[in-house]
Design a protein around this ligand. Structure first.
Ligand code: FE2
Ligand code: FE2
Length: 243
């Protein structure tokens, strides 16, 4: 398994795996990076070099997940990355899916039963997805950031304890499986059960976007489950030991 490293030229990384494009955007890099190496680019843009390298490797190789090393990154850095990923989903991927699904279904207006069914499954996925993201951004991430603050600034401990009397991330943990299941249902209804008179090219375009979304979302959930949560549990234990 060949991992990317700080001396890799970013352009050749992208030639090898273009699904990393939105990932590097989120990490703060835009197109037009010439022949610069990852190290040059990170130095220029003041991006944490190790975080950049680990995140692109984790995204590129599913089997690569150096938990120990990833646990070294600060909670705020991880959350900043996760929130940027949410924004990419909400501002770009979801509207793009909305557009592609309508393009696909509108080519077959007379098949209203099947169209309704596909729309129903798509709506179910979107609802689950939006609830999930809203919960993380309005409840879970603020809790984690406040917990992190409390560790750094013990004076704020009483306020925190008052706000979260039985502080524990376990109460906030949300399963990713409900969202994954709804994504699977949606893909399956199109792949397995649609009649053949649909426009195949438009169907493929919608499905390709869904598969890309699924890959990105799986990686995102993995970072939340295997990096963020263990880090939060560590912080909770530190706080508990000070009680
Ligand atoms: Fe998330
Ligand atoms: Fe999540």
């Amino acid at each position: 398994m060949e991992l990317f490293n700080e001396n890799s030229k970013l352009a050749s990384v992208i030639h090898k795996d273009h699904s990393l494009l939105p990932v590097i955007n989120r990490l703060g890099v835009k197109l037009g990076f010439g022949d610069k190496t990852i190290r040059n680019i990170c130095e220029e843009r003041e991006i944490d070099l190790n975080f950049f390298v680990e995140i692109i490797n984790v995204f590129h190789y599913e089997a690569y997940f150096p938990e120990k090393r990833l646990l070294d990154f600060s909670v705020s850095m991880v959350i900043e990355y996760l929130v940027k990923t949410h924004r990419y989903y909400i501002d770009y991927l979801i509207p793009e899916n909305d557009r592609l699904i309508e393009l696909f279904l509108s080519a077959n207006p007379e098949q209203s039963t099947e169209n309704d069914l596909v729309r129903k499954f798509y709506t179910k996925f979107k609802e689950e997805f939006v609830i999930h993201i809203d919960f993380e951004e309005s409840v879970m991430f603020p809790y984690v950031l406040e917990l992190n603050q409390v560790i750094e600034n013990p004076l704020s401990r009483p306020n925190f304890r008052q706000k979260y009397p039985d502080f524990s991330i376990s109460g906030f943990e949300k399963e990713h499986s409900a969202m994954d299941d709804k994504m699977d249902d949606l893909k399956n209804i199109i792949i397995k059960y649609l009649p053949p008179n649909y426009d195949q090219n438009r169907g493929n375009a919608f499905l390709s976007n869904l598969f890309m979304f699924e890959k990105d979302l799986k990686n995102h959930s993995r970072i939340e489950d295997h990096i963020l949560l263990p880090k939060v549990k560590q912080l909770e234990m530190i706080l508990q030991s000070h009680e």
